[in-house]
Design a protein around this ligand. Structure first.
Ligand SMILES: [Zn+2]
Length: 218
């Protein structure tokens, strides 16, 4: 039997098909159990895995940008907001340009001319620290998936502040946790007696206290 380059669903004919199981995952051609993403039909077929696609990517980091190449699987559409990997960095897709130079939100690798990405090894979270009637702002650099909790304690030098609200693009949260990648700003209050100065917030790296306040604890 000649393997399909990529099998279509025998039930509905769509080619949006996911691999559930491969008989010989290392082989280029293998029998596989597949599931249609459109109608959920599960079926077996022989698949021939296509070569990965190499795309031109413009990668920005702070004020600089660089051209690089990124290799992606051929059948998975890329979206704005997806994560991809270059040799050196974890990247976030910020824009896609198709072969007709149009900006699109989603495209198959073969239809993409250029990917725009930003380095996503870490993200910077803004923090506003309330101190009596003054508020200082600073930044914390963390991994994108790091969780912050309402109740979290952060250290600025030897002073402790407690997070009392977390702002995301859609809301201000007064309980629970959010991932750093989704956080616009943390609101915190000083919980140690001595005042924190503007300079301390600006010039000192802010650390999270090792003791973590889990959701639901106090
Ligand atoms: Zn189907």
């Amino acid at each position: 039997m000649t393997p399909n380059p990529w099998p279509a669903c025998p039930n509905c004919g769509h080619e949006d098909v996911a691999i559930l199981h491969e008989a010989t995952p290392q082989a280029n051609v293998t029998d596989a159990t597949l599931e249609c993403r459109v109608c959920d039909h599960v079926f077996k077929d022989t698949i021939q895995k296509a070569q990965d696609v190499t795309l031109k990517a413009i990668v920005s980091e702070e004020d600089e940008s660089d051209v690089t190449r990124i290799t992606v699987p051929p059948h998975e559409p890329l979206h704005v907001g997806d994560e991809v990997y270059s040799e050196d960095h974890r990247l976030l897709v910020t824009s896609l340009e198709d072969q007709e130079d149009r900006r699109v939100d989603e495209a198959l690798p073969q239809d993409i001319k250029t990917l725009w990405c930003k380095v996503f090894d870490t993200v910077t979270v803004d923090i506003a620290i309330n101190q009596g009637h003054k508020t200082w702002t600073g930044e914390i650099t963390v991994k994108p998936e790091e969780d912050f909790y309402v109740g979290d304690r952060l250290m600025i030098k030897d002073r402790e502040v407690a997070v009392h609200a977390i702002k995301t693009p859609s809301d201000i949260h007064h309980e629970g946790s959010q991932q750093a990648r989704d956080i616009v700003r943390l609101y915190a209050k000083s919980v140690s007696g001595e005042p924190i100065t503007y300079k301390e917030v600006h010039r000192t790296e802010i650390h999270r206290r090792r003791r973590r306040f889990r959701e639901g604890s106090s």
